[in-house]
Write a protein that binds this ligand. Structure first.
Ligand code: FES
Ligand SMILES: [Fe+2]
Length: 359
């Protein structure tokens, strides 16, 4: 199917073809044209605060290592040894050098190859040719973002007005502190199904009863906005009894931001915080997710735990939804779904970005 036809279908409210949600060939294209070309969440800046500190992570199917150099520069590399491809760094920690555990090729913190055992016996072997491959890295407050595409536009181009919008709504990421990772799970659904579920709250009154007691999910109250590479969903907290937790705090709205292609910022009513929820394709039918929580300093543990637990309840409800959608789409019974533009135009925007990226 040609792209003009696909885009015309999207315009009419049809979804992407159902087969795109389980086809390994589509995922192969997405890895090459989306995940190897976009800014994605890598981890927490405080994990790489000191010289020699590093952490490993993955964007799409590319292993990445982020490392703080001796003079304080933040760098990131493809975490794949130039010898024969073993991952060089594992987990996080602090090192003088990065040494591959397979044959001990040893890289400097700036990525250059410092030593390769027995290479002195090889005529023509030049360390300078075999440094780790660099990728782009940047930070936004406590978040570290990377992009495997060295020719990509800077992070700011992807974020657009989002930092200003977040600030206008009472959040200053640079003041927030990391308080841990939660909900590290694998969901049995294509990554786009998981993203699309994030991008609408049409399902909230039906499928998230406790969330809908807390947040006004009425279409007249629930604000949906798209920008070039981001989108936002903002809604006021409801007053009243029988709320799932005590939402007292400076933040009085729920705020859900999506950043192309697969990371999101989530804030619920209460003290200032951002929960970064990431969706990483493992294969065409499985998506790894996790949530990193960043909170205003001094937020009591009980409140962090209560809101995190509430997020987990909503997340479990979503997991059941997206796994069911995955089974439905994979069945081959449908060619397309039909979106309701008024409530689901953020999905439509996302699907156009997918089509454009794969063109
Ligand atoms: S693969 Fe890294 S040293 Fe051989
Ligand atoms: Fe949901």
């Amino acid at each position: 199917m040609s792209n003009p036809q696909l885009l015309a279908d999207l315009e009419r409210g049809l979804t992407l073809p159902a087969s795109w949600y389980s086809d390994p060939e589509i995922l192969r294209l997405e890895q090459a044209r989306i995940f190897r070309r976009s800014w994605q969440y890598a981890g927490v800046a405080s994990d790489v605060a000191d010289p020699g500190a590093f952490f490993s992570c993955r964007v799409g199917d590319v292993p990445i290592v982020v490392v703080r150099g001796r003079a304080g520069e933040l760098r990131a590399f493809v975490n794949v040894c130039r010898h024969r491809g073993h991952e060089v760094a594992k987990g996080c920690g602090r090192r003088e050098t990065l040494q591959c555990p397979y044959h001990a090729w040893t890289y400097d913190l700036d990525g250059s190859l410092r030593a390769a055992p027995r290479s002195e016996r090889e005529p023509g072997f030049d360390n300078a040719d075999w440094g780790l491959l660099p990728v782009l890295v940047d930070t936004w407050g406590p978040l570290v973002l990377v992009n495997p595409d060295l020719d990509a536009a800077p992070l700011g181009e992807t974020l657009g007005d989002l930092p200003a919008e977040v600030a206008r709504r009472g959040l200053d990421p640079s003041t927030l502190e990391y308080r841990g990772r939660s909900r590290e799970i694998v969901v049995a659904a294509n990554w786009k199904i998981v993203v699309e579920n994030f991008l609408e709250c049409y399902h909230c009154p039906v499928a998230h009863k406790s969330f809908s007691r807390l947040i006004d999910v009425d279409p007249d109250a629930y604000e949906l906005t798209t920008a070039r590479w981001t989108s936002s969903q903002i809604a006021p907290a409801r007053a009243g009894q029988n709320l799932p937790y005590d939402p007292t705090g400076e933040i009085t709205e729920s705020q859900f931001y999506f950043i192309w292609p697969n990371w999101t910022l989530n804030t619920l009513p209460g003290p200032p915080h951002l929960r970064v929820l990431v969706f990483q394709p493992l294969d065409a039918e499985r998506t790894a997710t996790f949530v990193d929580g960043f909170w205003a300093p001094g937020t009591p543990d009980e409140i962090v735990e209560e809101i995190t637990a509430f997020g987990t309840v909503v997340g479990q409800e979503d997991t059941e939804l997206v796994e069911s959608v995955h089974r439905g789409l994979r069945s081959g019974a449908l060619e397309h779904g039909r979106l309701l533009a008024g409530s689901e135009h953020l999905l439509q925007h996302f699907q156009r970005l997918v089509v454009d990226a794969l063109a």
